[in-house]
Design a protein around this ligand. Structure first.
Ligand code: MN
Ligand code: MN
Length: 469
């Protein structure tokens, strides 16, 4: 039956977004599922910021990228990467145009909320060996108790010797966990506000319970744990001083739902954008403008520090591109930044039908409707946002539409309810045009985050189109 005039007009004028699964061809569907399988493998081997750099570096190398330090000069089509202290990786494909005409960059972050050990973590109490922790990033603390945790650690001895330990990922490995109070005795705890339900100092990790056999020695359980660590890795208690020990959920990423349409997995904020930004740059040939992919660290605690997006190591990377392409001169770096176009690829909280009152439904992003453009972040009157100018939003939207990328646009939650920021602001402050665009996530910052396989695939398509320009 022919549509009525009103129906036709509505179709033409409304911005009604359907789920991307509707009317999908078999060919796209199998591409979506294949991509998701590869993404889940990446998630399972990249739970920490160091692991994501290692895994990503391997993918770059397989795809013809070489360490920038090994290149004397650069020409169009050259593929390079630079690793900053094992925690951030910058990569680039040199474009046909001069760098001064700007780069096209996608930046995502590889760090995710987790449980870190304190500097003097190991203690013994009431028959248990325990670790004291300090959480990293914004978490709902109660979500991190009673789940299997794996340990991903680096000890560096004072002589520089590095010992990497991963425990809890292999089937035969032991796991760790944080205990919580039994409901029978939790009357007082249940009266606490949810945010104090489990407090920071209560996030203690159970690490052992067998004492070292010697009646004369005190803290024998702690001693036994240290002996095990010493026997296997040569570690003493003092070595915790110069260590980074991270505890993350031990479970693997899995397909979610009868229809397997979603991915449940730890750390998808923002490893989903890392993977899609990385995959997006691999097959673009020699782009017009130099394409840059950044997987940065320390986003979850404010972009700061020597491996965060604020670090001048980023300037160092771009300057080295200028030097080796023989294009450097006074102010060249500033000119590159001024003419550059950037997607800050970070996830957004998807509308959750179980908690509708926290969202403005007409301005939320939804699982399954593609990556979402976020014009501004911030909170309470857009404070702290680097709001993208409408002209730049239009340009990015135009690229997506030309390439048949399914996308949506949103802001995070209701006005004045909360908010958040991304690395967009630190890139905009350098003089670059920046917009946020990333994958919608349910249960964001929880130990088991949810994304749609369709959105993951579309983000990859969106980023690829953006690099090409
Ligand atoms: Mn993020
Ligand atoms: Mn986050």
């Amino acid at each position: 039956m022919e549509n009525t005039e009103g129906q036709k007009l509505k179709e033409e004028l409304f911005n009604d977004k359907k789920t991307g699964w509707e009317g999908m061809s078999e060919e796209i569907r199998s591409a979506v599922f294949k991509f998701a399988d590869e993404y889940m493998d990446y998630l399972n081997s990249s739970k920490t910021e160091k692991e994501i750099v290692k895994t990503s570096k391997d993918i770059f190398i397989k795809n013809g990228f070489v360490d920038l330090n090994e290149k004397q000069d650069l020409k169009a089509g050259d593929r390079v990467f630079l690793v900053n202290r094992d925690r951030t990786i910058f990569s680039a494909i040199i474009g046909q145009e001069s760098l001064e005409n700007g780069i096209r960059m996608i930046a995502a972050h590889g760090d995710s909320p987790r449980i870190d050990l304190k500097p003097n973590p190991l203690y013994e109490d009431s028959g248990l060996g325990l670790f004291k922790t300090h959480y990293y990033g914004g978490i709902k603390k109660y979500q991190w108790t009673n789940i299997p945790l794996s340990m991903h650690g680096t000890f560096v001895k004072s002589n520089g010797e590095k010992i990497e330990i991963t425990m809890g990922e292999k089937e035969e490995d032991p796991i760790f966990t944080i205990s919580d109070l039994l409901p029978h005795l939790a009357a007082q705890q249940m009266d606490r506000k949810l945010k104090e339900g489990v407090q920071g100092e209560e996030l203690n990790i159970v690490a052992g319970s067998i004492p070292f056999e010697d009646e004369k020695v005190s803290e024998a359980i702690k001693l036994n744990i240290l002996k095990l660590l010493n026997d296997t890795y040569g570690i003493k208690e003092i070595d915790f001083t110069s260590s980074e020990i991270e505890f993350v959920p031990a479970f693997k990423a899995k397909s979610l739902g009868f229809d397997r349409s979603m991915v449940a997995g730890y750390g998808q904020d923002d490893k989903v954008c890392c993977y899609t930004a990385l995959r997006g740059i691999l097959d673009i040939g020699t782009p017009k403008n130099t394409a840059v992919c950044v997987l940065t660290d320390k986003e979850e605690i404010g972009f700061c520090g020597v491996t965060g997006m604020e670090s001048k190591t980023f300037e160092y990377f771009i300057t080295e591109l200028l030097n080796k392409a023989d294009q450097n001169r006074p102010n060249a770096l500033e000119k590159v930044f001024h003419n550059s176009k950037v997607i800050s690829a970070d996830v957004d909280g998807a509308f959750d039908p179980s908690f509708p009152s926290s969202f403005d439904k007409t301005n939320s992003c939804f699982i399954g409707k593609g990556p979402t453009i976020v014009k501004y972040t911030g909170s309470r009157g857009k404070s702290g946002a680097s709001e993208a100018p409408a002209e730049f939003v239009a340009e990015v939207r135009g690229i997506f539409e030309k390439n048949s990328v399914v996308y949506q646009s949103s802001e995070l939650g209701k006005v004045d309810l909360g908010g958040g920021g991304t690395i967009a602001v630190v890139l905009a402050n350098r003089g670059m045009s920046v917009i946020d665009c990333g994958v919608p996530v349910l249960s964001m910052h929880s130990p088991y985050e949810i994304t749609s396989k369709f959105d993951v695939y579309q983000a990859y398509k969106a980023y690829e189109a953006f690099y090409k320009g």
